[in-house]
Design a protein around this ligand. Structure first.
Ligand SMILES: Nc1ncnc2c1ncn2[C@@H]1O[C@H](COP(=O)(O)OP(=O)(O)OP(=O)(O)O)[C@@H](O)[C@H]1O
Length: 312
């Protein structure tokens, strides 16, 4: 749409309808930031419960974190979530669900920004440049939309220096150079700590305890220390942990055979095909499971389900 005719069209439609404000109508055509828009908690809850399999802790914490943050009119700092777990367990998937519930266009929104370490910050010798670019990008985008969402994927492959550049933005400052970062959301994704999470899940399994009995308190302390002491966590000595700038460490449990089957069914449904249990079983059985003896957890989570389904 060209702005003047869009303005006229909106004005005319407003006059005709009489009850929709200019902003309401404008936002139907163009994407608006709408900082004050309340989060639809029941929609988010339903999304997580229906779509995310086998992650009772992540579901619970993400729901609590986003609801609490968005209900708070005056947050003292931006929300920072650190998602940890084995490959293919749903970290990107959940970030996408969260993004869609915060800004309807999700990852395609102008207010949601995804950084992938190996893609956006590949060269160690350019850290200074990345730091400057990242600071400018975040400042510019938060000035345009206070409730911007920034997702950093592959944190474990990120040079810790890069994240240092955004440390001030994550802190308890009211404003930095006239910009307040307090309504922004930062989500960090990494495989760091995945081995510790798996170990805890396995201990529960071996003790005959239910997966759903694993509580946050069983994992949170191991995780924050494990991630902090892990040189390859991207957060290693970055100051984010020792200054308590991460609000929630969110563990993603390794996925079991039954979860892989759920992913296959979900994918079939998404493709509009009828659910064929034989195919579901065949795809799930093609995946590899660990540890060697017990073979409980899928080593790629649900990651290759999409492509495997193409061959059936
Ligand atoms: N727990 C889950 N529930 C439902 N679907 C899942 C789950 N985990 C993974 N998937 C499916 O598998 C795909 C790949 O998962 P995703 O990209 O979220 O993994 P990840 O944890 O981010 O992995 P990585 O650490 O390798 O980046 C998702 O797009 C989704 O379709």
């Amino acid at each position: 749409f060209e702005p003047i005719s869009l303005g006229i069209a909106i004005g005319a439609a407003s006059a005709l309808t009489g009850y929709l404000s200019y902003t309401d109508l404008y936002c139907r055509f163009a994407e608006c930031c709408r900082e004050g828009r309340p989060l639809n908690v029941s929609a988010l809850k339903l999304n997580l419960e229906e779509k995310l399999f086998g992650q009772h802790l992540a579901t619970e914490v993400i729901l609590k974190a986003l609801t609490g943050f968005r209900n708070n009119k005056n947050p003292k700092k931006p929300l920072t979530l650190s998602l940890h777990g084995w490959a293919g367990t749903g970290k990107n998937f959940v970030s996408q669900i969260a993004a869609e519930n915060l800004h309807p266009k999700g990852l395609k929104s102008n207010f949601v920004h995804l950084f992938v370490s190996t893609l956006h910050f590949p060269h160690e010798q350019h850290i200074k440049l990345y730091q400057d670019q990242l600071q400018r990008w975040i400042r510019g985008n938060v000035s345009a939309c206070a409730s911007s969402v920034f997702i950093f994927d592959e944190m474990d492959k990120l040079h810790p220096g890069v994240i240092d550049a955004i440390k001030p933005f994550l802190d308890y400052y009211e404003q930095i150079d006239g910009v307040s970062y307090r309504k922004a959301i930062f989500i960090f994704l990494s495989n760091a700590g995945g081995d510790l999470i798996t170990k805890t899940a396995l201990d529960f399994w071996r003790a005959g305890r239910k997966r759903e009995d694993i509580q946050l308190k069983d994992l949170e302390p191991v995780l924050s220390v494990g991630v902090f002491n892990n040189k390859h966590s991207g957060l290693w000595h970055s100051g984010l942990i020792d200054r308590n700038l991460i609000d929630y460490f969110i563990p993603f449990l390794p996925l079991e055979y039954s979860h892989v089957k759920m992913c296959v069914r979900a994918e079939m449904k998404a493709r509009g095909s009828a659910i064929d249990e034989d195919v579901v079983t065949r795809v799930a059985e093609e995946m590899t499971f660990f540890p060697k003896d017990e073979k409980i957890y899928s080593d790629k989570g649900c990651k290759t389900v999409h492509s495997r389904l193409d061959f059936h």
